[in-house]
Design a protein around this ligand. Structure first.
Ligand SMILES: [Zn+2]
Length: 194
């Protein structure tokens, strides 16, 4: 509860021991009492692998309480914000699904980008930069919709986006060829610029 400290008495030039009393603090439904001259945060905000932080002054401890990431009011506000965000995401997803014309079992055509040689390769435990531009292949693909998912936008199966879809496999082939050419041209152009 109390801590002994020394202070210089300027009038007489002598050193007198004085006792600093730390009062109990009421905060968001908790009464925190100092122990052995220190306050400790009651909201277990610290990293449990390290010794708990201690505060020697009332003002410093009060400041921490208002900033503590685990203070009850703060946690409550954070949870409410998250609940609102979840509800908004649900609403957006429902709206996106409602206007979707595709369904499970439909056949879709699209261009899929495959990195055949990345810019970095693993050598032992090191990631080594091996080429300036990744080598890529653009494939025209066809698939059956097995799942419809949402991560901010709708995608099918393993990650096929609506924007990637083509009307027919021929369309997908033509698009794959033109994207391949654009990419190869870009790689060729960049290599000439180096
Ligand atoms: Zn805390």
């Amino acid at each position: 509860m109390s801590r002994t400290a020394t202070k210089t008495d300027t009038s007489g030039g002598q050193v007198h021991p004085i006792v600093i009393c730390l009062p109990p603090i009421e905060f968001e439904g908790k009464t925190i009492k100092a122990k052995s001259g220190f306050y400790k945060c009651p909201f277990s905000c610290g990293d449990s692998r390290f010794p708990a932080r201690k505060w020697k002054s009332e003002s410093g401890f009060r400041k921490h309480l208002t900033e503590c990431p685990q203070r009850p009011e703060g946690v409550k506000a954070r949870e409410e914000r998250e609940a609102i965000q979840c509800a908004e995401t649900d609403k957006k997803r429902d709206a996106a699904f409602a206007e979707l014309t595709h369904k499970i079992g439909d056949i879709i055509f699209f261009v899929w980008e495959v990195v055949t040689k990345p810019t970095h390769e693993q050598r032992g435990n090191r990631l080594v930069h091996v080429r300036y531009e990744a080598e890529k292949r653009f494939d025209a693909r066809q698939a059956v919709i097995e799942s419809i998912n949402y991560d901010g936008a709708v995608y099918f199966n393993y990650g096929i986006r609506i924007g990637q879809l083509c009307g027919t496999i021929e369309e997908a082939r033509t698009l794959a060829q033109s994207r391949q050419k654009s990419y190869d041209d870009h790689v060729e152009f960049s290599s000439r610029c180096r």
